[in-house]
Design a protein around this ligand. Structure first.
Ligand code: 5GP
Length: 203
């Protein structure tokens, strides 16, 4: 039974900065940190799983759920092409149960979250060099040249919003960036319950 209140952690950063890898590693390192799975109208990329990477839903369903207040925040990202949103059901029950919940959302979504949860711990992941974003997006190879240009344009705008975040972490190297995020969480009061990887004794 948790005796400490839960907290909301918001991680943002421009497309191509390596947030997804960092978040995956963070969740593996800190298994008591709960991810919030966002809903989106964007189609899944190869290898993405419904309910794990996102709840992939059609636009009419997104609009219906938005109208009945199922989203804590939602917005259209990348030239109003696709909707993305944080579901109340992914966050509120876990916070109420004393869990720490991590959201990986864009800057606009973060501002909406801060309006409702001013005490949210906000972390902005920045590239070490601006060229890093284009290189990563090219290497990922999941976007058309048009989509890549849109992402870079949004990235440029997002980098100007970094000052709105309480913490800023440069991702030049995954290990160092990960250690820095874990240090931030510890300083904010996150208590990591160690999970034993030792085999359980057999009787
Ligand atoms: P991607 O299409 O690369 O998975 O994500 C595109 C962008 O949408 C990223 O910047 C990501 O942070 C943002 N995003 C993902 N889920 C949400 C969400 O629930 N709300 C908001 N506002 N942005 C989101």
């Amino acid at each position: 039974m948790e005796d400490r209140p839960g907290k909301l952690v918001v991680i943002s950063g421009p497309s191509g900065v390596g947030k997804t890898t960092l978040l995956r590693r963070l969740l593996a390192d800190l298994p008591t940190l709960m991810p919030s799975v966002s809903a989106t109208t964007r189609p899944p990329r190869a290898g993405e799983c419904d309910g794990i990477d996102y709840h992939f839903i059609p636009l009419d369903e997104f609009e219906r759920r938005r109208a009945v207040g199922e989203f804590l925040e939602c917005c259209q990202v990348y030239g109003r092409q696709h909707w993305y949103g944080t579901l109340v059901a992914e966050v509120a029950p876990r916070l109420a149960a004393g869990k720490w919940v991590v959201l990986e959302i864009d800057v606009e979504g973060t501002l909406s979250i801060l309006a409702r949860y001013p005490q949210a711990i906000t972390i902005f992941v920045e590239p070490a060099h601006p060229d890093q974003l284009l290189e990563r997006l090219k290497a990922r190879g999941t976007e058309s040249p048009d989509a890549m240009a849109r992402r870079l344009e949004v990235a440029r705008r997002e980098l100007h919003e970094a000052h709105r975040y309480k913490h800023r972490v440069v991702n030049e190297n995954v290990e160092l960036a990960l250690a820095e995020i874990e240090r931030v969480l510890a300083a904010e009061g996150f208590h990591h319950t160690a999970v034993s990887h030792a085999p359980s004794p057999t009787r």
